[in-house]
Design a protein around this ligand. Sequence first.
Ligand SMILES: Nc1ncnc2c1ncn2[C@@H]1O[C@H](COP(=O)(O)OP(=O)(O)OP(=O)(O)O)[C@@H](O)[C@H]1O
Length: 328
Amino acid sequence: MAASQTPRLKPADPAGNPAVAALAGLELPLPLAVAFSGGADSTVLLLAAAARWPGQVQAIHVHHGLQEAADAFEQHCKHVCAELGIPLHVRRVHARNALGESPEDAARNARYQALARAARDAELKAVLLGQHADDQVETLLLALSRGAGLPGLAAMPPVFQREGMVFVRPLLALSARAIREWIAEQGVLVVEDPTNTDTSFTRNRIRRVVLPALEECFPQYRETFARTSRHAAQAQELLESVAVEDLARMGGTPALTALQVLPRARQGNVLRHWLRSAHQAQASAAQLEELLDQVADCRTRGHKIRIKVGGGFVERSGERLAYRDESA
Ligand SMILES: Nc1ncnc2c1ncn2[C@@H]1O[C@H](COP(=O)(O)OP(=O)(O)OP(=O)(O)O)[C@@H](O)[C@H]1O
């Protein structure tokens, strides 16, 4: 913000908002909600959405109860929405991370659940999220750093469903800089999440160290990386449909003889899909390889299989594989 400007809650020139063009061609079910944290990204999104669909936009703020600043964030959102004449719904969550889940993941999951429920309660048809192109690149780089497979490389989908609610990310092609510069130029007051500047979080280190280097070497990295994510998402969709067909042909659970006639990569594909969709279990690369070795060796009646995956075990049950969840 320029030193001479007094902070304000709404911009002097709303038409210059870079998110306006991102929403221009978008047809969405109405009325809808904007997930509003009070930060720069969801502020430009809220302003653009209110201009694109007058009287059809409401805001939802999730109070995390994690940070001391959460009360101040809520107050800020109340002031902005009152100034803009936009109804605001506030939901409180107290996310506790389960075994094997990070506190950030627990907070994110609780947030999506609260957003979906608040939207449904207010009879809103979709929820818009403010993630932009830099968030997408960070997500892809984090996936690469973990050695993720295609689902990770697909990064964040522009549209997805959760708890029966449609979530949309309309700003994925917009750079963080375009958003920040416009907010600063307009002198619009936004809250800054204090954890955003803490470089002990990998995401923030990527933002500060890796993205500037990428900018210098590959100025088009936002577009090209996004293209890679779209290719990965398409390939993953194809793999999913192959897995759905294979599992249906086996009768809904993996059958040993039917598995054994498939190529090993296709066996892995159907097993990963079965574990994830039927049991919410994620097999590591090592666990899956071991399971595939066991399936290949399982040629006699007495051959037992018992391999740990997630919070349970994959076991042989006659001619089939079964999953015993021991985390409950
Ligand atoms: N406490 C919250 N309440 C409602 N929506 C939220 C909240 N936190 C995040 N979101 C939504 O999720 C999106 C992505 O979350 P992320 O944590 O990356 O955002 P952020 O860094 O807080 O971004 P922003 O600048 O929009 O606040 C936000 O743009 C916003 O739409």
